[in-house]
Design a binder for this molecule. Structure first.
Ligand code: SF4
Length: 198
């Protein structure tokens, strides 16, 4: 079981909340177990490997770091940014994601804005924008990290933290829709009639 009293929540698990709150609950509870036996997750991890090693290189548009550890003590979050581009006093976090179309999802916005706030705090830089790099189709999409997005993300982190502190499962409802298809938690998560049991 994960340490639910850990004051620093993982940004990846918070992003999962935007996809399915109950799935995030499983991530918080047992981060090591998630995806261990799921071939889709294993395959995605293999394709993500290009940014799973710490590196620094120069590119025409500026410096680039990969696999960057980040945290924000006041917000109580920590994580690893896939890639960070440094451009004239500003930083741009870049998330590497699978996908057949360059469609930005809520979980992408959440992860990027939290990463941006970490980078601002740690390096005293401006972070106005984040990006998603869809490596299956080699396309990128930009996400403005504006004030409404920041306010929403901070409120969500506070709600999740309170839900974990009080062990309140109502904060982590199931989605019970198409997202459950292929979910590695489905067998344990869904009622038998929804999962296909007798
Ligand atoms: S089975 Fe459905 S409700 Fe349960 S964690 Fe997966 S996506 Fe969420």
């Amino acid at each position: 079981m994960g340490d639910l009293k850990d004051p620093l929540l993982r940004i990846h698990d918070l992003g999962q909340f935007a996809y399915c709150p109950r799935s995030a609950w499983y991530h918080f509870l047992d981060p090591e177990q998630v995806g261990r036996h799921d071939e889709n997750v294993q395959e995605a991890r293999a394709r993500h490997a290009t940014v799973d090693t710490v590196s620094e290189r120069r590119r025409p548009e500026g410096r680039e770091w990969t696999c960057v550890p980040i945290f924000h003590r006041e917000l109580g979050i920590r994580g690893v940014a896939d890639r960070v581009l440094w451009r004239e006093g500003a930083a741009v976090p870049v998330e590497h994601k699978p996908g057949r179309s360059a469609v930005i999802q809520e979980k992408h916005r959440l992860q990027l804005v939290l990463q941006g706030m970490c980078l601002e705090k740690m390096y005293s830089v401006r972070v106005d924008e984040g990006m998603v790099w869809f490596y299956d189709i080699a396309r990128r999409a930009s996400v403005p990290l504006d004030a409404p997005l920041r306010a929403w993300a901070c409120a969500l982190v506070a709600t999740i933290r309170e839900g974990l502190r009080t062990f309140d499962l109502t904060v982590f409802p199931r989605v019970e829709d198409a997202r459950c298809r292929g979910c590695s938690h489905a067998e344990n998560c869904l009622p038998r009639n929804l999962y296909g049991g007798a």
